[in-house]
Write a protein that binds this ligand. Sequence first.
Ligand code: ADP
Ligand code: MG
Length: 691
Amino acid sequence: MRPDILNPLFAETETLDGVGPKMKKPLDRLGLTRVRDVLYHLPERFVSRRAVTDLDEAGEGENIVVALTVTEHRASRNARAPYRVLAQDAKGNILSLTYFGRASYTARKQLPVGEKRWVAGKLERYGDMLQMVHPDHVLEEGGESLGHLCEPVYRLSEGLTQPRVAGLVAQSLAKAPELPEWIEPQQVERENWPGWRDALHLAHRGENAKARDRLAYDELLANSLALMLVRADNRRRRGQALAGDGSYRGKLALPFPLTGAQQRSIAEIEGDLAQEAPMLRLLQGDVGAGKTVVALEAMLIAVEADAQAALLAPTELLARQHYETLRRLAAPTGAEVALFTGRDKGRARESILMGLLDGSIDIVVGTHAIFQDKVAYRNLALVVIDEQHRFGVGQRLMLAGKGRRAPHVLAMTATPIPRTLTLAQYGELDVSKLDELPPGRQAIDTRVVGVERMDEVVAGVERHIAGGQQAYWVCPLVRDEGGRDDETGDMAAAEARFAALQERFGKDVVMVHGQLDPALKDAAMERFASGDAKLLVATTVIEVGVDVPAATLMVIEQAERFGLAQLHQLRGRVGRGAEKSVCLLLRSGELSETARDRLALMRETQDGFRLAEEDLRLRGGGELLGTRQSGDAAFQIADLEQITRLLPTAHDDARLLMERDGGLEGERGEAARTLLYLFERDFGVRTLRGG
Ligand code: ADP
Ligand code: MG
């Protein structure tokens, strides 16, 4: 149970003044559903604003606050021209407050002629006129002063404004209680950190490295503690020692010899499985390194030991693919492989449930549906989690809690995580690395092409298909949701592109994306995998795992919008067969230098680790930890620099707390529990009760 003291923090944002159903939507989009989330929605930066008594004091381009008297409203007959409100400063200088589009309605209300107002914004010159376009603030004189010189700038979503968010933050801060200190006292003293509540106030008020560090440290400490608790709990539990006699594995007839790295990883896994203590191992291997076969061998060890194994995939699509692959490869062994997804209904579902219960199914492949309460196994002893960075940390570790005897867990990922981050993401998992690609792989010919050459690209795709091969076409969005009047339909959106390509290619082109009905998605995917369809238009849903060796061309639209690690994952979908593969990165006309560098790097190297390291250097680690925007990012507050600098100490602090200070007992232990709940790492607490 969550400590009562945290209740005000977990109240819904609707309990804040001014938040109704209309405002809830943009807040939800930012992940701000509770007071706590608003508090941790820290400013992206601050703008400093100078309060000036008149405009002579201010320079062009400067952010200022000034008192003005409204003299005139000028609407134009031309609908495209801006709405101008003229106003005068103390010395009689005239300034145009300039509004475009619907913003003029606000201007009409906020700026009656003859009235005095505080106006804050950026001073510009337009012809020989001074102007301020869409002022950041307009307040009545005598209202709350705009004298503060430093203003937070928050990440927004459509429908929110800076003052709106600032107002919600202020309300949330007022609700924030003092919390007991969970950080080691000496650490707080050494760093001269503020307490939790003060740190939040300070972090919203201005640049404050100490406050930010403290809040980031809290998050890292919570994460380390949770991972340690789960790990400790795992060690205490007994699993079953799985000794395989090779009877199933011996019948495998793989079409290729295993690489050295595959053999080594299998041996490491076999060693772990033979122990009674449950395995918690991460199998790291670049795209195409051959993780699936390693998983199969591991699962067959379980089957040889008269137990069952489950493979968990992040999407239906991948589950299906894995199922097909594993069933085909396992066929000569006689092991019974089944697919189980949330979509199975009626008789089919019943028969799988029976098979899992009576043990006639040896290996089950599926989505998280395989861990529903209703699913009972005769003897589930090994769980393999594929592409597990898609799952939240908590979720993936909690899976280990299914069943009285803890199953062994093998987590597989293609995300090349630099060393510093492995600890943060996975705590103390053992790691096996597939650092060797199967032989005979050809480098993927990667080229960066300007979007203005679209016609040539489409013609190239046509030739490619005519030559009997297949291709992917990746778009950054499902559909354009910008919603601005001047941008009529973004072609890089999958649906629009699909429609355009369909005119040219007819039935040869299919589409998959995350918002598609699952049955339609499967049907499209099946047509592509079978070679019936030649061109697959997709969003990043094809990023992980999809394996169609005959697809040897990939076009990625607006490639600059993707992170390097993501591009790398996408590109890994081609180059899977013996044929030479090509990847075309389409870029927009105007690119920053960083964006250019990033695309150039894609062309240069195919080494996932190198790309990951470079990506870190070029744009920070948000991407590797899951994008910050997405709900399952491992870290919300700590940035990469802070993780690197603070994590080792947080880790030691957590260890001290566990070992010296008796876990979560005593006063500091209580405080640490509060911390775990605050960061929703409470699955760590739950392990303490063996629940
Ligand atoms: P990933 O690590 O990305 O999951 P897969 O397991 O999907 O990679 O393997 C990629 C491709 O390489 C598959 O087509 C698989 O059959 C093939 N493969 C795996 N191991 C080897 C090997 N030792 N030699 C040749 N091909 C292999
Ligand atoms: Mg895979």
